[in-house]
Ligand binder design. Sequence first.
Ligand SMILES: [Fe+2]
Ligand SMILES: [Fe+2]
Length: 294
Amino acid sequence: MQKTMTASANERYHRVIEQIDNLPALPSIVTRLIRVVNSPDTSAEDAASLIERDPALTTKMLRLANSAFYGIPRSISSVSSAVVILGFNTIRSLVLSASVMKMFSGNNEHTLDKERFWKHSIVCALAAKIIVRHFINVRMMDPESAFCAGILHDIGKLIFNEFAGEDYKTACEYAMNNNIPLLEAERIVLGIDHAQIGRILADKWALPLDLEYSIVFHHSPGEADKLTDLVTTVHFADIVTHQAGLHLWDDEVQVQEWAESKSILRISDSDMTKIMETLQESVEKSLEFFNIIK
Ligand SMILES: [Fe+2]
Ligand SMILES: [Fe+2]
């Protein structure tokens, strides 16, 4: 049985790797915006004039900036005010999330319930942001970078779903039937897991290092040779999100080893209680974000 599964995994692995050549490039507005927001000479107008070239993106950004999601007590009527008030890193999150949702919004449903997938990702992003902002004291780590990293951490699952749909269905069913974590089932059935396939995407899209590392190491933060605080935060936020019941399917099994990251991030038991409480509010907020951005 094991032998058959390994042979098939080999075939499936090659199919997935061949298919990934069809992965579209990131829209040029997004790559340019990432470059622009990373440059110290950029002004809010530079970023705004890029965003304004895309009417759909402009509408989404203004709707979100004026929604309860950010809770800004004044109305924002222009993209440049949105950029000033929300900041470059938030803008980067919004533009990347909107683009990725659009790119993977096809009818290619196969296995993933996209709404559940995004709910998990957005709550994880909110958890990562809350953890950085309120519970750990790590200088140089921007809560918005943690949010963006959280949004994209599981993007490898979307790639499998889009480019290896039938094979991914087999992997998900294998995880369900054998009561094992999906990550393990991906390795057994496809010969590659969603974090590893995420590395291929990060290379192809030339994603910034903070996002690449969060995608590649969110299940193995100990293997990251830099940005370990960020990667550990996303790893921890992911576990917390699963702990709050936000899975891909109802009884999805998770690896629940959070003790190490909890101690690395110096999160106390009373912090944990508060984090779990804030997560309940995040679930509602995540739907608002999803409905505007999708
Ligand atoms: Fe994951
Ligand atoms: Fe996750």
